[in-house]
Write a protein that binds this ligand. Structure first.
Ligand SMILES: NC(=O)c1ccc[n+]([C@@H]2O[C@H](COP(=O)([O-])OP(=O)(O)OC[C@H]3O[C@@H](n4cnc5c(N)ncnc54)[C@H](O)[C@@H]3O)[C@@H](O)[C@H]2O)c1
Length: 255
């Protein structure tokens, strides 16, 4: 029996490295998906990979309240219910010392990574309540548990979503809505390429080697390894897991 059969899921940031791995694995496990991202071309490529019978798209900016309401309503209108929200879209911002960090860059990171998660939860929770409960997984980061020099806005945003998760878990419990965060270490996606280049312009490979050496497992994780944790939290096997922060980080947060 597929682990997500008859479940309807929204995945934000679905076109990215981690979001697309979640989409592929959730579809394989029987879920029907609304894939949300601002990158229309990449979304269409993902539908071609998964198959249009299992998924459809909604182009939206998750920092925009109207877009988020529209995306949630689209899932319910198309598929009749909402069981799972993967609140996964995010941006890395700049890699700069705090004293040099531009205010507009800080505000944009907060708008996508915090306001976007807040808006996604606010829209999804009533729809899940109507559906008899559900599971929400927010993609935070190891930078939601620890600081990293040069990543003040990103780390602040990823810490902030723990607060949202904890409040939503308390408020959702009475309605069978579970809410958790996941905390990946560096993962092999576009985002780490941008952070490596930001940390060491023109020497991204050296930056990568240095970052990987800080992970006790000695390597970056893969998007599929993050998707495997997300799948567990999304499905009914994790029925008593709510209000938790789950690491997927090759022991990085243990040290
Ligand atoms: N890659 C890593 O090392 C790593 C580690 C920890 C946490 N994360 C988190 O995982 C999540 C996914 O990141 P990824 O590594 O797949 O990066 P990615 O850049 O490959 O994917 C991010 C996706 O989010 C989309 N997006 C960005 N802003 C958006 C907006 N305003 N509205 C709608 N979509 C938007 C992008 O178009 C992109 O498809 C992010 O929240 C990121 O912070 C990544």
């Amino acid at each position: 029996m597929p682990r997500l059969s008859r479940k309807v899921a929204i995945i934000t940031g679905a076109a990215g490295g981690i979001g697309s791995a979640m989409a592929v694995s959730f579809a394989r496990e029987g879920a029907t998906l609304l894939l949300v991202d601002r990158d229309e071309a990449a979304l269409n490529g993902l539908v071609a990979r998964i198959g249009p019978e299992r998924c459809s798209t909604c182009v939206a900016d998750i920092s925009d309240p109207e877009d988020v309401e529209r995306a949630t309503a689209t899932a319910v209108d198309r598929y009749g219910r909402l069981d799972i929200l993967m609140s996964n879209a995010g941006i890395e911002g700049r890699v700069l010392p705090l004293a040099e960090y531009p205010l507009d860059a800080f505000d944009r990171v907060m708008a996508v990574n915090v306001r976007g998660v807040f808006l996604s939860l606010r829209a999804a929770m009533p729809a899940m309540q109507e559906s008899g409960g559900g599971s929400i997984v927010i993609t935070s980061s190891i930078a939601g548990l620890r600081g990293f020099a040069g990543l003040s806005a990103y780390a602040a945003s990823k810490h902030a979503v723990l607060g949202l998760m904890r409040c939503a878990a308390l408020e959702g419990a009475a309605y069978g809505i579970r809410v958790n965060t996941i905390h990946p270490s560096p993962i092999e996606t576009r985002m780490m390429r941008a952070i490596e280049e930001g940390a060491a312009p023109g020497a991204a490979e050296a930056a990568k080697a240095e970052f990987a050496a800080r992970i006790p497992a000695g390597r970056y994780g893969t998007p599929e390894e993050v998707a495997a944790l997300a799948l567990f939290l999304a499905g009914d096997e994790s029925g008593f897991c709510s209000g938790g922060a789950y690491s997927v980080d090759g022991a990085m947060s243990a040290g």
